[in-house]
Design a protein around this ligand. Structure first.
Ligand SMILES: [Zn+2]
Length: 347
């Protein structure tokens, strides 16, 4: 790969040098020579690194942690439309931010921070039509993330589908996802409560998953999805009053630290456990099917058994979290948590 790049670099250098040589022969004025040298130098530095893939968007799905030439190509295109990120070849935090911010500014794109087919087409349109993008317009760029009073890091990109929300990583208090919808799945209640909602990419995936379960004669029900910061605040306070803070911390979250605020989570249950959210759901046909099949649709069991020391939560077979298919497969097939998965990524 490197030698190929090197060869290409030399090739470009030869062309550039031979161009300059030709111009010299035509005896142009000194100031013109200077100018041409300047432009030659400029295109020399930019083209040497971007030429192989310039304006050519990769076909492959790329996301946080991806690495290679395709990532460089994407990073160069993002820079071409106005972003200013390092073309490092690693799909890092800044690349995730740029893609998420871009997706937010487009109509009809799932906002996930991952680069896929539809995002590719949108980028192509923007390039073809010279559409103006204002970097950071929808998701302001943050160099250093802030902290809560309890020293949890506040994420600057809550729309990232791989966003980490736990007892050390919080969502901004004012974060209300703009793409909340009610998935077309069965609920054990009829009122239109906010907890029916999920962010669109997660809701669509959940509809597919519930349909697949139904096709196998299983009865999955959605119990509780999106929860606002304020609602979590009220809940957590009531749990502390009832059970004390230490106990409440094991099954609930401080406001900002609940995944339910992300809109990427749903608590799932079934008639077999009378629509309750308890450990025995994991032993039902529905619970077992969910654990085996959720990754196919981009979901994970977020708080698995035996990982309490990492997640800091008790086992919750009912709490599923959308992370997209690539990460979900990796996490579920290797019996790891989101925390462990993110730690393995080069970011
Ligand atoms: Zn939950």
């Amino acid at each position: 790969m490197f030698s190929h790049k090197k060869r290409l670099f030399i090739f470009i250098m030869i062309i550039l040098l031979s161009n300059t040589a030709c111009q010299d022969k035509d005896s142009i004025q000194p100031d013109e020579v200077d100018q041409s040298n300047e432009t030659t130098n400029k295109s020399d530095t930019t083209k040497a690194s971007t030429k192989p893939t310039e304006n050519e968007l990769p076909d492959k799905t790329l996301q946080k942690g991806s690495q290679g030439e395709e990532v460089i190509a994407l990073q160069n295109i993002l820079n071409n439309i106005g972003y200013s990120i390092t073309a490092s070849g690693t799909y890092d935090k800044d690349t995730t931010w740029a893609v998420t911010d871009f997706q937010m500014q487009q109509e009809d794109l799932f906002v996930t921070g991952a680069y896929e087919e539809k995002t590719k087409r949108a980028l192509e349109e923007v390039l073809a039509d010279n559409i103006d993008i204002t970097p950071g317009e929808d998701i302001p760029y943050t160099e250093k993330e802030e902290q809560t009073e309890d020293h949890s890091t506040i994420t600057s990109n809550p729309y990232d589908m791989l966003v980490l929300v736990n007892k050390e990583h919080a969502l901004p208090a004012d974060f209300i996802p703009e793409d909340l919808v009610i998935p077309d799945v069965p609920f054990p209640f009829t009122e239109d409560l906010p907890k029916k909602m999920m962010r669109k990419p997660a809701a669509i995936a959940m509809e597919e998953m519930f349909q697949a379960a139904e096709n196998e004669g299983l009865e999955l029900f959605a119990q509780s999805g999106y929860r606002s910061y304020e609602r979590q605040e009220a809940l957590f306070t009531s749990y502390i009053e009832r059970d004390g803070e230490e106990a409440a911390n094991k099954y609930s979250a401080k406001p900002g630290e609940s995944e339910h605020q992300s809109g990427l989570t749903m608590d799932v249950t079934s008639p077999a456990v009378e629509f309750l959210l308890n450990e025995s759901f994991g032993d039902t046909e529905e619970g077992k099917w969910l654990e085996e099949n959720c990754s196919t649709y981009g979901f994970i069991i977020r708080y698995p058994k035996g990982k309490e020391n990492i997640t800091k939560y008790q086992y919750e077979p009912w709490h599923i979290r959308y992370v997209g298919k690539i990460a979900a497969k990796e996490i579920m097939n290797n019996d790891i948590t989101l925390e462990e998965y993110l730690a393995t990524l080069k970011q």
